[in-house]
Design a protein around this ligand. Structure first.
Ligand SMILES: [Zn+2]
Length: 218
């Protein structure tokens, strides 16, 4: 979660006088802000990316070094959501005891933030904002052609033993996840805008959403 930027237009009527204004505003979200920094610490929630799981297929013929021949059981995992009940998950536990802790299901903001986080989950679906990240299968096994700086593509990687190739693969996988993460971060502004807009209609609404323009609504 991050604060979101909105382009806001305002028209004010006072008798025959009409004034208009336009500005870019950033919402100040109370949860996730440490009480020591002036927030109220309502709790945080988070979506973890669908990192790959499983093992690739490896062939080790006696006369040739070992190499990776296909995706094997590798597949993209599922995005993981962190709320207060997500106890025991290493990624979620980092939020315990800070920023109000993880958001409980008793929070009045829970439905709103669930809509926000479920939008982040959907952004990993094929064709959506982050649908191309962390991919393994998708018919093309894109990880197979991934090459870190100075290294061969994964499909051309060889090692004398299966154990050494498995270790080399894990190193590639870390770099692959990191590269996807870098792209995801570059898109985080667009991702947050979409998630906040999806959650805006879920109560409770923020003060800026509570304006009532009556007959002047457009
Ligand atoms: Zn978010």
């Amino acid at each position: 979660m991050q604060n979101a930027r909105y382009n806001v237009g305002v028209t004010a009527y006072a008798g025959a006088e009409v004034a208009t204004g336009r500005a870019t505003l950033t919402t100040q979200v109370p949860w996730g802000v440490d009480p020591s920094e002036g927030g109220v610490g309502l709790g945080v929630a988070a979506t973890f990316a669908p990192v790959p799981i499983g093992e690739p297929a490896i062939a080790c013929a006696s006369s040739t070094p070992c190499r990776i021949t296909g995706p094997g059981t590798l597949r993209r995992g599922m995005p993981f959501l962190c709320y207060a009940e997500s106890v025991g998950h290493a990624g979620c536990d980092q939020f315990k005891g800070q920023n109000g802790g993880l958001m409980p299901d008793t929070s009045s903001f829970r439905a709103k933030i669930e809509r926000h986080e479920s939008t982040h989950v959907a952004q990993f679906n094929f064709g959506r904002l982050n649908g191309d990240l962390y991919g393994i299968e998708d018919g093309s096994f894109p990880l197979m052609s991934f090459a870190p700086p100075g290294g061969p593509p994964l499909g051309q990687l060889t090692a004398p033993t299966q154990g050494e190739l498995e270790q080399a693969f894990r190193n590639y996988l870390i770099l692959w996840i990191r590269a996807s993460g870098d792209q995801q971060r570059e898109r985080s502004g667009a991702a947050e805008s979409e998630a906040w807009q999806a959650a805006d209609g879920v109560p409770p609404q923020y003060l800026f959403q509570m304006c009532h323009c009556g007959s002047q609504c457009q």
